[in-house]
Design a binder for this molecule. Structure first.
Ligand code: SAH
Ligand code: SF4
Length: 403
């Protein structure tokens, strides 16, 4: 995947609030205080959803209001610092710097009839699964709801420019969404809000390593998203290693919560299984998985491992993937293998961050033209596009310390 650095990674913080950091009611009272009717809030959100990159673009707002908005708010708090692409531009990953200097990735995957965004909920991840690039660097912080939403708006903007629509969102980027539960739920409400993105909750997948109380809580919230559980092992002694939160919430508790969720919502739970050669792809693993899910309303999604440096794990080859799929099917389970493209993009959570921070961003140039530049970049980052890679990366060393 070729990588293009866009600007300097350095932890600059602009204290002007981002417009979406205000709940709708607060924005409406701000509008009131600025002699504007409350319905202007919907117009502003509509512009944001259509990819406006400045308040000046919001033509149907009176000029004095556009000026007041410009003085009072930023259109987004995210600063794109690197973009990488694969699959001839059908997959693009953006690394964003957040206020305070941490950074997160988001991946857009373009298909014939849909466009999916893989989104981050935390800078880093406190769970520390040993095969995951995100789990390797120190935990940074929880994202605020508006920082999650801004990733989607940036993707929607890029897709709109290509004549596409953002149709699906998966919380499979950096972070454990349930360790940042309230911001994630709030961001989902905004994604589904017809005034903003209007995405059906059924097209939103929240993936968790298994924070049991939150699974139960989500089952009680009226939020019909798809729940995905990162299982990866069907016996405690292996899952304790692969997904360390299992030591706190072992399989028995996890499966009871998942079953409760499926019963309460009537929705099928999706179970993810990252395939690690010789570790969890044996006949024994398939049998254990079959036993674990025998009575569940379940779907299994096999994810061939996307190799991460400095881990002892290997990906199985194609025939190994096929063989394990057949073994799982023989258990009577509904199973799919994540396609190669999705796999490349999804599984790489944390890898662009790692590559930029290690200063190896140019090791695999992609021959296809660069994707359109995220236009929320500061004038400085726009100027830096593609030319100041070395500097951006050198400065990245500073950000690494702070992240
Ligand atoms: N923290 C959440 C969501 C983000 S990770 C979770 O773990 O569910 C999304 C999915 O990508 C998880 O199933 C995770 O196990 C998987 N994953 C992480 N690193 C991977 C890698 N290198 N190769 C394949 N899948 C990976
Ligand atoms: Fe965190 Fe998920 Fe990576 Fe595990 S796989 S470290 S839970 S992001």
């Amino acid at each position: 995947m070729g990588v293009r650095a866009l600007g300097i990674v350095g932890g600059v913080t602009d204290l002007t609030p981002a417009i979406l950091s205000l709940p709708s009611i607060e924005l409406e009272s701000w509008l009131g205080a600025n002699d504007a009717p409350a319905y202007r809030r919907r117009q502003i959100w509509g512009w944001l959803a259509r990819g406006a990159t400045s308040f000046e673009d919001m033509h149907d707002l009176p000029k004095p209001l556009r000026l007041a908005l410009h003085r009072g708010f930023r259109i987004t708090s995210l600063r794109p610092v690197a973009v990488s692409k694969a699959d001839r531009g059908l997959t693009t990953k953006t690394l964003y710097e957040l206020d305070g200097g941490h950074s997160v990735e988001a991946v857009v995957m373009r298909y014939a009839h849909r466009s999916t965004l893989c989104i981050s909920s935390q800078a880093g991840c406190p769970i520390g699964c040993p095969f995951c690039a995100t789990g390797k660097f120190p935990f940074g912080r929880n994202l605020k709801a508006h920082e999650i939403v801004e990733q989607a708006l940036d993707a929607a903007r890029a897709l709109e420019a290509e004549g596409r629509r953002l149709s699906h969102i998966v919380f499979m980027g950096m972070g454990e969404p349930f360790a940042n539960y309230s911001a994630v739920v709030e961001s989902v409400r905004r994604f589904t809000d017809p005034d903003l993105l209007g995405i059906s909750p059924r097209r939103i997948v929240v993936s968790t390593s298994g924070l049991v109380p939150r699974i139960t809580q989500l089952g009680e919230a009226k939020l019909p998203v798809t729940l995905a559980i990162s299982l990866h092992a069907a016996r405690d002694e292996l899952r304790d290693v692969l997904v360390p939160i299992n030591r706190k919430y072992p399989l028995g508790e996890l499966m009871a919560a998942a079953q409760g969720y499926a019963e309460k919502t009537g929705r099928r739970v999706s179970y993810e299984w990252v395939l690690l050669a010789g570790v969890n792809d044996t006949e024994r693993d398939a049998r254990e998985l079959g036993r674990l899910l025998a009575r569940e309303l379940a779907h299994v999604n096999l994810i061939p491992f996307n190799p991460v440096e400095d881990t002892p794990y290997r990906a199985p080859d194609r025939s190994g993937v096929r063989r394990f799929k057949e073994l799982v099917e023989a258990q009577g389970l509904n199973v799919t293998v994540r396609d190669t493209r999705g796999r490349e993009a999804d599984a790489a959570c944390g890898q662009l961050h790692e590559r930029v921070m290690k200063g190896r961003a140019y090791d695999a140039p992609d021959p296809t033209p660069a994707p359109p530049l995220p236009s929320q970049g500061s004038p400085r980052s726009r100027r830096l596009r593609g030319v100041e890679v070395g500097r951006a990366i050198a400065t990245g060393a500073t950000a690494r310390k702070s992240s």
